[in-house]
Design a protein around this ligand. Structure first.
Ligand code: ZN
Length: 392
């Protein structure tokens, strides 16, 4: 599938620009016309980290006229192994400022826009609206789904990339012409199940491999050349040194871009992805049971106290038999600790497993060493054990 150019050409290139971009201009498929499209293009990089670093540098060098970056973080020493847009002297500086200086050194003709903030449900639509194309270099699922949803709702294409250890993936999601990220991954993984690069590590140079695919796709979309990665996911294995692409179809039942969309505005992505703190993920690592295991514990008469850490209104809607309600806040404040038995194992659950993981971290810190929580919460209980109960 070929697609028309995303961006109209700028009126002209200056003499300096013709000199600078001459190696592009003599490629027939790019030419002066393609370079003028790059000059007129507005591209936003979400994140100035592992993928954002090579993406920003090559987008700037390629002559993308307006380049934006959004990041709220500061440069840490542990970033430098892969985030090559930052240097030793930048440690402690906002990443967007470090990136701005690096881009200015690479190409002074780039109009660089800095968004020194975190991307949220309240600002994402307004920020994205100003750009033709988004390059997603985020490392967490909540932001990833938010980027996808905002792009679909705004009708914009975006280039997605993901890295872990020796493996990387990239694709172009553009609901008008192919699937979106939700068509590929309808549900986020359970919180704490997929380790981040901070937990599992990443080979630094992998960022260059995937970041360069993202920039290549951005240039192809802007200038309308080649076969874009729409409807395909590129999978790179650095150890095997293989690239393979798999076809991904638009899901007619996709709640966002399918035939009968049920998602028509942005949602609460932290809630959707069950985002939990590092402490909660650590506490849950070896202390998580499934809803099916909980049922087995009940059936075999195991002695434990099942504590529901949701709010009273939720407890009214649906509850697991035998559970007692102690809202998470009372556990985190320490207020409820004296009411908990020291001589019985405690099993925590909530709606989806995020709040119970936070409460679990607090209980472990208070000395309840054998406490566990239920993965997926009451929703998993309904799904796996008792589908006759309501969900919400
Ligand atoms: Zn979709």
């Amino acid at each position: 599938m070929t697609l028309p150019p995303l961006v109209a050409p700028a009126p002209e290139l200056t003499v300096d620009e013709i000199r600078r971009y001459s190696r592009h201009l003599i490629i027939p498929d790019v030419g002066v016309e393609g370079q003028k499209r790059l000059k007129n293009a507005k591209v936003l990089c979400v994140g100035a980290g592992g993928l954002g670093s090579p993406a920003l540098m090559y987008l700037a060098a390629a002559g993308v006229g307006t380049l934006g970056v959004i990041d709220f973080d500061v440069v840490d020493e542990s970033n430098l192994q892969r985030q090559v847009i930052h240097g030793q002297d930048d440690i402690g500086r906002p990443k967007v400022e470090s990136a701005r200086d690096a881009v200015a050194r690479i190409n002074p003709y780039v109009n660089f826009r800095v968004h020194n903030t975190s991307l949220t449900r309240d600002n994402v639509m307004e920020i994205f609206a100003d750009y033709d194309l988004i390059v997603d270099g985020t490392d967490n699922f909540a932001t990833r789904y938010m980027v996808n949803d905002a792009c679909v709702l705004l009708g914009k294409p975006y280039v997605w990339g993901s890295i872990y250890r020796f493996d990387g993936q990239a694709s172009v999601f553009w609901a008008e012409h192919g699937p979106c990220y939700r068509c590929l991954y309808p549900e986020p993984p359970p919180p704490g199940m997929v380790p981040s690069c901070a937990e599992g590590g990443v080979l630094g140079v992998l960022c260059a491999s995937i970041g360069s695919i993202q920039v290549t796709e951005a240039i192809k979309l802007i200038t309308g050349i080649g076969e874009p990665l729409v409807g395909r996911v590129m999978i790179y294995d650095a150890l095997e040194m293989t690239y393979r692409s798999i076809k991904v179809r638009k899901d007619p039942a996709c709640p966002l871009c399918g035939e009968n969309p049920t998602i028509t505005e942005l949602i609460d992505y932290e809630e959707f992805c069950g985002v939990i703190s590092d402490e909660a993920a650590e506490a849950a690592r070896d202390s998580t049971i499934t809803a099916t295991e909980l049922k087995e514990w009940m059936d075999t008469g195991k002695d434990f106290l099942l504590v529901d850490v949701r709010e009273p209104a939720e407890y009214e809607i649906v509850r697991i038999p035998g559970s007692v309600l102690i809202p998470k806040g009372e556990i985190l404040s320490g207020e409820a600790l004296s009411r908990l038995p020291q001589d019985r194992q405690i099993v925590l659950h909530c709606k989806s497993g995020a709040r119970s993981a936070e409460a679990l971290a607090a209980l472990k810190a208070a000395g309840f060493r054998d406490a566990v929580h239920v993965q997926g919460g009451v929703l998993a209980w309904v799904n796996q054990v008792d589908p006759s109960l309501p969900t919400y």
